[in-house]
Design a protein. Structure first.
Length: 394
């Protein structure tokens, strides 16, 4: 009888593994890999056609490829671990990431023209701490939103949530990286919306933000940021300075036409005319090479990724997983909308990269870590008899 019992247990374990494999969202992962491949090809075009100012070297391309490999490996590993085990360690990760953000605000480096201090060098490697902080920010916030949604939160939990959310935003503002700070704000408010909070509180929050706009404009935005917003509202205001870059970006996109230009044709995006075309304006390279048809296909891939993420959130086993996936989906969405929007003139320039596309190892790894957690929620969503190990927001 004991042997029969052991056989039944072994069969159950095998059955559970098979179920997990079936639940792995291969469609989502394949779409992410496809976008990454197209992005790397766009960087390859930049590398092959021009290597001067704002160019890429072979070392840059190898670094990007290494970041992709690390990201893919991290995503696959994280997808194999039950996402509920991330809850308690996330607080330690949050403390470390916020501490590094503080050091970056004091000693970091960044853009010469923009005055940002959002990069720091550790062990000889440059990385952007705010990217990795997005992960701990979302995971920690999800713990509090889970408690709030289940009516288990006390008043102190609300105070902690606001503090934990506001602290990294304040440090990033001190780094003069307003675009990234707005990403955190957008992610937080989408998680608030998903939590089912009463609409009057949302309207109160929006009203407070509107009232705070003059204070932010007069005390926190630099002249170059104000000018970018003014040029966005009136493109004719400054065509030769602040408006020069977005005008060139739109011109390069128009040059792509319906089906794009040949690799060896005269290029505006791939040569020196469009600054930061390997990072902030990488979409212009794709649009000029692949044209309207190719651009629409890539946008469709991003839309599929987002829809798949929100589907996984709706099928999550608990609210904690739902909030995490919603937060990561919001992170990808705001980057995608803002980056493509600023390239085509529908959004002001903020310097936000295109996920899985733009050059940058820190952002690439961060996005794949987010995908790994989303896949973990997908794998676990229908697993029976698994107890929630967390429940205590620190």
């Amino acid at each position: 009888m004991s042997k029969i019992g052991e056989g039944i247990k072994a069969t159950a374990r095998i059955g559970k593994k098979i179920t997990s494999v079936k639940q792995f969202d291969a469609l989502l992962f394949a779409a992410v890999l496809a976008v990454t491949a197209i992005g790397y090809y766009s960087l390859y075009l930049v590398r092959q056609t021009y290597s001067g100012t704002y160019g890429l070297t072979d070392d840059n391309m190898n670094r990007q490829l290494a970041a992709i490999a690390i990201g893919v490996a991290a995503a696959l590993f994280l997808s194999s671990v039950d996402y509920r085990y991330y809850q308690i360690p996330s607080y330690a990760g949050y403390i470390v990431s916020v501490f590094i953000l503080f050091l970056t605000a004091l000693f970091g480096a960044g853009g010469v023209t923009t005055g940002n201090r959002n990069w720091i060098t550790i062990f000889g490697q440059n990385f952007q701490p705010s990217e990795l902080t997005k992960i701990t920010f979302i995971v920690v916030s999800a713990s509090f939103f889970e408690r709030i949604s289940q009516k288990r939160a006390v008043k102190l939990d609300y105070i902690k949530l606001i503090f934990y959310a506001a602290l990294p935003v304040a440090l990033i503002v001190l780094q003069r990286d307003t675009g990234t700070a707005l990403v955190f704000v957008f992610v937080f408010f989408l998680m608030v919306f998903v939590s089912g909070i009463k609409y009057r509180y949302i309207f109160i929050g929006l009203g407070a933000m509107i009232i705070a706009l003059p204070i932010v404009w007069n005390n926190f935005l630099r002249d170059i940021q104000k000018m970018r917003i003014m040029v966005f509202l009136n493109p004719e205001l400054d065509k030769t300075n602040i408006g020069y870059q977005p005008n060139l970006a739109r011109s390069a996109i128009r040059a792509g036409g319906l089906i794009g230009n040949a690799v060896d044709s005269p290029s505006q995006a791939r040569y020196a005319l469009v600054p930061e075309r390997h990072s902030d304006f990488i979409f212009t390279v794709l649009a000029e090479r692949a044209g309207f048809v190719g651009s629409v296909l890539v946008i469709a891939l991003y839309m599929f990724i987002l829809l798949r993420c929100f589907y996984i959130a709706s099928k999550a086993q608990d609210r904690y997983g739902e909030f995490m996936v919603a937060g990561f989906a919001a992170m990808i969405m705001i980057h995608f909308v803002e980056n493509v929007g600023m390239c085509i003139g529908l959004m002001p320039i903020t310097g936000i990269p295109l996920p899985f596309f733009s050059y940058g190892g820190t952002a690439m790894i961060t996005n794949y870590v987010a995908v790994g957690v989303i896949l973990s929620v997908s794998v676990t969503r229908d697993a029976p008899g698994v107890k929630y190990i967390g429940g205590a927001a620190i």
